[in-house]
Design a protein around this ligand. Structure first.
Ligand SMILES: NC(=O)c1ccc[n+]([C@@H]2O[C@H](COP(=O)([O-])OP(=O)(O)OC[C@H]3O[C@@H](n4cnc5c(N)ncnc54)[C@H](OP(=O)(O)O)[C@@H]3O)[C@@H](O)[C@H]2O)c1
Length: 318
């Protein structure tokens, strides 16, 4: 799943692989076929190939929980748009949201529209309702808020109503209204049921918590994702900011330089990215500088197994 392909700095050369393995040159087109003619980054960033479709995506995404729930405030909305602009400029694409995140979906939709860059984002949203009859209408409403013709990915949020929602999502995918489907969990919750669903259902993505401190997913879910050919979005890479705050002020170890990691955030993301099944971490931020710093973690080398152990031990010992 982890490959060494790099997104070219020249956006006109960006390519997306369509299902069936055929390479389609999509740069410059518009509308939900994975078209993301991103602006040039300072250098190429690591690309990930999605096992189920062969599509290629930049290896660091952007979350939106809390950070983008800013309501109608024009100043805060402009700040969120600036975060998305920095993220896309650095070469990012995957943006994750949910109807659970207050105004975040509307803020993303309006922000991307204002930037004129909706076509550059890989729209990853969720269905989140216990009333399973409402699944379709909720997804349609979310799509209106995002202002996209169809979602690149819809995930069942925290497994709420998962059986019925997965049926709905399979039907929407067959209709071409959703491109990929998935399920989410976080904080190590409900891993037994999560595993059963991963075995019994055709999923393009799962989303779970993984970072140098929270490593429960290494036991079963990450190996299973690899075995089943399921891409993994990694949530809470910074433990909601508690990890980056704890590391702030601590000197970066000398050996971080060999990986091209200039900050703790980049070292943590490199640890996540170097797990062979962890496809795309999705850190959230309120700061444009952090958005580009996070995407740039996918440039330069990744740690090998020895160095991964060293990163985890070093962070745990601090
Ligand atoms: N069950 C689910 O489906 C589920 C559960 C949890 C999360 N998620 C998704 O995963 C996303 C990420 O998780 P999260 O938002 O809980 O937490 P997170 O990404 O682990 O942490 C976010 C915090 O990290 C800080 N941060 C970001 N980049 C930084 C950098 N370069 N340097 C220092 N600090 C940095 C941010 O502060 P600044 O604003 O100062 O940068 C923010 O407070 C969510 O937004 C959501 O989209 C999904």
């Amino acid at each position: 799943m982890t490959d060494t392909t790099r997104f070219p700095a020249d956006p006109s050369r960006r390519r997306v692989l369509a299902s069936g393995g055929a390479a389609l040159a999509l740069a410059g087109l518009t509308g939900g076929l994975g078209t993301r003619p991103a602006r040039a980054a300072a250098g190429p960033v690591l690309a990930r190939t999605l096992p189920s479709t062969g599509e290629s995506l930049p290896a660091v995404g952007l979350g939106s929980w809390i950070t983008f729930n800013v309501g109608d405030d024009p100043v805060l909305r402009a700040e969120c748009a600036a975060v998305m602009a920095a993220f896309l400029d650095a070469g990012g694409a995957v943006i994750d949201s949910s109807p659970m995140y207050g105004s975040a979906q509307a803020v993303i939709g309006a922000g991307l529209d204002r930037l004129g860059r909706s076509g550059e984002a890989f729209s990853a949203d969720k269905v989140w309702t216990g009333d399973t009859d409402e699944g379709r209408s909720q997804i349609a409403q979310s799509r209106d808020l995002w202002r996209v013709p169809r979602f690149d990915l819809v995930q069942v949020h925290n497994l709420v109503g998962w059986e019925a929602h997965l049926e709905t999502l399979a039907a929407l995918k067959a209709e071409g209204a959703v491109r990929h489907v998935g399920i989410t969990t976080s904080h190590g919750r409900r891993h037994d049921l999560f595993e059963e669903i991963m075995v019994a259902h055709e999923l393009d993505f799962v989303q779970l918590t993984y970072n140098p401190v929270d490593r429960e997913a290494e036991r079963r879910l990450l190996p299973l994702a690899r075995e089943r050919g399921i891409a993994v979005l990694v949530n809470r890479p910074f433990r909601r900011g508690a990890l980056t705050q704890r590391l702030e002020g601590e000197p970066l170890p000398d050996w971080a330089g060999a990986l091209g990691a200039e900050t703790w955030a980049q070292l943590v993301l490199k640890f996540i990215l170097s797990h062979p099944a962890a496809t795309i971490p999705i850190p959230a931020t309120t700061r444009p500088g952090h958005a580009s710093e996070n995407v740039r973690a996918a440039a330069g080398p990744l740690p090998d197994a020895d160095l991964r152990g060293r990163i985890a031990r070093h962070i745990q010992d601090l």
